[in-house]
Design a protein around this ligand. Structure first.
Ligand code: UT7
Length: 323
């Protein structure tokens, strides 16, 4: 018997306020044309004043619970992937737990920046296959608008806020690639590159700080590492690029998404793309894209889905799952 972490439900939430690229033209030396051609981003959502990361996470979680036909107390564990938790502590995950009214499970945050959701999925998988939890709610939620330097045109036009959530439950599989659920994971980080994407403040330095990025360098690493991690995860279970039904990549830049698809040997009509509408929502981008992909009728039960992401750390990784 092989225990598999199988998707039961998915949900998402985007804050009401939509900000088109043209808004930035009013205050910065930038243009809609530059932002679209260099990143593929056309608009993003920003949280309202007072609206926190856990507020977004709760909305996405309720949608996922409804989609799964489950109640909050069916959850054994809640994991929130975020770099923008409401408070230094407690975790955003415990805030979600209390807002949902769950008292029987345990909850914690995972911080691996834009790779956070992939890391959280790998953790949820480990909890399920080791028998420590039967049902896990995995959320990616961010309010990056709180850590942007509004005078830095090289970064503030790229990010957005939002949340996506997935519910995974233990199911018995056959141990083959035909099983539904998570089939393989691959996680990596290399702290030598911590200075090319970081926030220049934090608890221990007594400030919140703002995001700093050497975009070109991050871009170079992304194009090199994303296809590599996806290939590694696929090969762990004897799968190949021809087996992929959907690539659901981290949504940072359409040019990175296209270059990675090309390297993977997958055509763009098998890639879920939301970057034009969401911008880069860091750990929220993959679950948001999964939710949109399901809602649009792209991702269907039994499809082989590959997710991949890279972000600050650098941290990167991928998950192969059968929907
Ligand atoms: O989620 C975590 C992972 N993050 C990423 O994957 C982001 C990776 N990086 C990128 O997506 C791209 O590098 C960017 C979109 C950030 C930038 O695109 P680029 O093609 O690498 O442009 P660049 O940084 O080389 O900048 C080209 C030019 C520069 O001007 P000069 O030096 O050539 O005169 C920039 O100052 O574009 C200028 N520029 C802008 N111009 C208009 C930078 N930002 C802007 C802007 N509007 N918003």
């Amino acid at each position: 018997m092989t225990l598999r972490a199988v998707v039961r439900g998915v949900g998402h939430y985007l804050p009401e306020r939509v900000v088109p690229n043209s808004e930035f033209e009013k205050t910065l030396d930038t243009s809609n044309e530059w932002i679209v051609s260099r990143s593929g981003i056309e608009r993003r959502h920003f949280a309202a004043e007072g609206q926190t990361t856990s507020d977004l996470a709760v909305r996405a979680s309720k949608a996922a619970l409804a989609h799964a036909g489950m109640e909050a107390d069916d959850l054994d564990a809640i994991i929130v992937a975020t770099s923008t938790a409401d408070l230094t502590f407690p975790s955003a995950a415990t805030m979600v737990q209390s807002a949902l009214g769950n008292t029987s499970g345990f909850a914690f945050d995972v911080q691996a920046v834009c790779a956070g959701f992939v890391y959280a999925l790998a953790n949820a998988n480990a909890l399920i296959v080791s028998g420590q939890a039967k049902t896990v709610l995995v959320i990616g939620a961010e309010t990056f608008s709180r850590i942007l330097d509004w005078t830095d045109r090289g970064t503030c036009v790229l990010f957005g806020d939002g949340a996506g959530a997935l519910i995974l439950s233990a199911e018995e599989g056959t141990g083959t690639n035909a099983d539904r659920g998570i089939l393989a994971t691959d996680l990596n980080s290399d702290g030598r590159y911590r200075d090319i994407l970081y926030v220049d403040g934090g608890v221990s330095t007594k400030s919140t700080g703002v995001l700093r990025m050497e975009g070109k360098e991050v871009f170079r690493h992304a194009v090199e590492k994303l296809a590599e991690t996806a290939d590694k995860a696929l090969s762990k279970v004897g799968l190949h690029h021809e087996d992929i039904d959907w690539v659901v990549p981290h949504q940072a830049n359409i040019r990175i998404i296209q270059a990675t698809a090309k390297k993977l040997g997958v055509s763009m009509d098998k890639v879920v793309v939301t970057v034009q509408d969401h911008g880069n929502t860091s750990a929220a981008s993959i679950p948001l894209a999964l939710a949109v992909g399901v809602q649009n009728g792209q991702i269907k039960k039994g499809d082989l889905v590959v997710t991949e992401a890279i972000g600050g750390g650098l941290a990167w990784g991928s998950v192969v799952l059968r929907w």
